[in-house]
Write a protein that binds this ligand. Structure first.
Ligand code: NAI
Length: 340
């Protein structure tokens, strides 16, 4: 069985279609906020993933419809829809992975931090329920501001006595997805071959793509090109917010990124070796308590937080520039969780 699992190891091989679901263990994945702009396409993508045996869709309303709809797709996962507070426990019970895209998205002119007042409370209540009903699940936090919502969840779990730093992840995969796409276009290399790490956090200048380490390497890119690629990656979310002109932020590309990250978590849980993705986790890579960098995933979640590798002078400067903002966002989350 191990050999079979290993063959699905490449992270570019998103759907290991070639194998019957009989080869994979039972895994329950729960999506909190499943009726939303991200939640619906993410529910679809997780229904297509053969590693999922049970797909639990929760929102404050609307989930029975989403669940009935995706449940008709002829794939392995059994789908259940849950709506409202009194069904949250049942939705979470027995979850291996909980993905959280619950909360309000940005409108033009807003920063991710402008969402704090609403989303901090939502994340706190959902984390409280996770601590109670599925304390061992891997938590994939999508709700913004990720730089603050991950510390909030950590505080809630600490207070409940369930915190395990190996099991809490801020989903920064969309930054990686964007960096890969923009780099491939500029460097004129096939996008499916591209690998780029993105470190730091998930807002504005805290998003630090490491193009100096990108593969395949490009020597056709000037310093100005790298600066422009960095800025475009940092502003990628705002590009979508403005194009949607008041109708929300990235949902389809975010659902894809969320599905890639959850798939990596599932592969890690299933013992597939060499599963590495960037994520915002508790970290010793810098002096900040949480930081995004490459993480090796395994049977218990984070197996190893990988270091940053050699940085260019431009990246070293970017790293120093992002620290005060990231530190403040982390502290804001911790303070909220302690005082509310
Ligand atoms: P949306 O408004 O379309 O959907 C959010 C859903 O959350 C709604 O269905 C709503 O009913 C639900 N919800 C609200 N309170 C809830 C609660 N207490 N329990 C369960 N569900 C609840 O928003 P969208 O576009 O799906 O975005 C969701 C979040 O994801 C936002 O905070 C957004 O900023 C964030 N996001 C994060 C990204 C990342 O890279 N990490 C990228 C894009 C968005």
């Amino acid at each position: 069985a191990d050999a079979v699992l290993r063959r699905g190891a490449s992270s570019s091989q998103f759907f290991p279609r070639a194998f019957s679901s009989g080869s994979f263990p039972e895994r329950k994945v729960t999506i909190l906020g499943a009726a939303g702009g991200i939640g619906q396409p993410l529910s679809l993508l997780m229904k297509l993933n053969p590693l999922v045996s049970n797909l639990s869709l929760y929102d404050i309303a609307g989930t029975p419809g989403v669940a009935a709809d995706v449940s008709h797709i002829n794939t392995r996962a059994e789908v259940e829809g849950y709506a409202g507070d009194d069904q949250l426990g049942k939705a979470l019970d027995g979850s291996d992975v909980v993905i959280i895209p619950a909360g309000v998205p940005r409108k033009p002119g807003m920063t991710r931090d402008d969402l704090f007042n609403i989303n901090a409370g939502i994340v706190k209540s959902l984390a409280t329920a996770i601590a109670k009903y599925c304390p061992n699940a891997l938590v994939n936090m999508i709700s913004n501001p990720v730089n603050s919502t991950v510390p909030i969840a950590a505080e809630v779990f600490k207070k409940a006595g369930t915190f395990d730093e190996k099991r809490l992840f801020g989903v920064t995969t969309l930054d990686v997805v964007r960096a890969k796409t923009f780099y491939a276009a500029k460097a004129k290399v096939p996008v499916e071959d591209v690998n780029v790490s993105v470190v730091g956090g998930h807002a504005g200048i805290t998003i630090l793509p490491l193009f100096s380490q990108a593969t395949p390497p490009s020597n056709s890119l000037s310093h100005e090109d790298i600066k422009a690629l960095t800025k475009r990656t940092q502003d990628g979310g705002t590009e979508v917010v403005e194009a949607k002109a008041g109708k929300g932020s990235a949902t389809l590309s975010m659902a894809y990124a969320g599905a890639v990250f959850a798939d990596a978590c599932l592969k890690g849980l299933n013992g597939v070796s060499d599963i590495v993705e960037c994520s915002f986790v508790q970290s010793n890579v810098t002096e900040l308590p949480f930081f995004a960098s490459k993480v090796r995933l395994g049977k218990n979640g984070v197996e190893e937080v990988l270091g940053l590798g050699p940085l260019s002078d431009f990246e070293k400067q970017g790293l120093e520039n992002l620290k005060p903002e990231l530190k403040a966002s982390i502290e804001k989350g911790i303070k909220f969780a302690r005082e509310n």
